[in-house]
Design a protein around this ligand. Structure first.
Ligand SMILES: [Zn+2]
Length: 161
């Protein structure tokens, strides 16, 4: 049997890769592209926040923003993580993904007024629409704000009056 020695096998693999790098890289790239499209179809090929359905701008988003955990666990391409644990992901278009990231970065609320606005929007879909804040975003703010106590202080002051 050839290549019974593991080291020899790995050396052979490496040199085979180097010799056929161009072809193999192209092959992997195409395979990933194909797998990505198949997965997008499985996920319904539509952004979870808007109606965007062009796969070119659709991405797999970590619902719980815990992508760093996957990166820590393994450096594999994201399609493998999606296949391993599909319930952790949703499809978002580039726009919605960036909006989510934008809000995540500025959470929790920086001022009491903002916290109050988010709280109101979280509890009233009409108000959320009026001020142009997505209710799901407002709810996330509200949860983040609950942890900082920014709203509690406001309420205490009200009681004192
Ligand atoms: Zn979208």
């Amino acid at each position: 049997m050839p290549f019974i020695d593991k080291n020899k096998k790995s050396v052979y693999r490496k040199s085979y890769y180097q010799e056929n790098k161009k072809y193999l890289d192209e092959y992997t790239k195409n395979w990933r592209k194909q797998q990505r499209l198949l997965l997008i179809k499985e996920f319904g090929q539509k952004c979870n926040h808007c109606d965007e359905c062009d796969p070119i701008v659709l991405d797999f988003d970590h619902i719980g923003d815990d992508g760093y955990l996957d990166k820590k666990r393994s450096r594999k391409n994201i399609i493998f993580h999606v296949k391993d644990n599909p319930s952790k992901f949703q499809l978002l278009c580039k726009n919605c993904n960036w909006k989510k990231e934008y809000w995540r970065r500025i959470m929790p609320s920086k001022s009491k007024a903002q916290a109050k606005l988010m709280s109101a929007a979280a509890h009233s879909p009409e108000f959320a629409k009026k001020v142009g804040v997505k209710q799901s975003v407002a709810k996330e703010f509200n949860e983040a704000d609950a942890g900082t106590g920014i709203l509690k202080v406001k309420n205490k002051k009200k009681v004192k009056k």
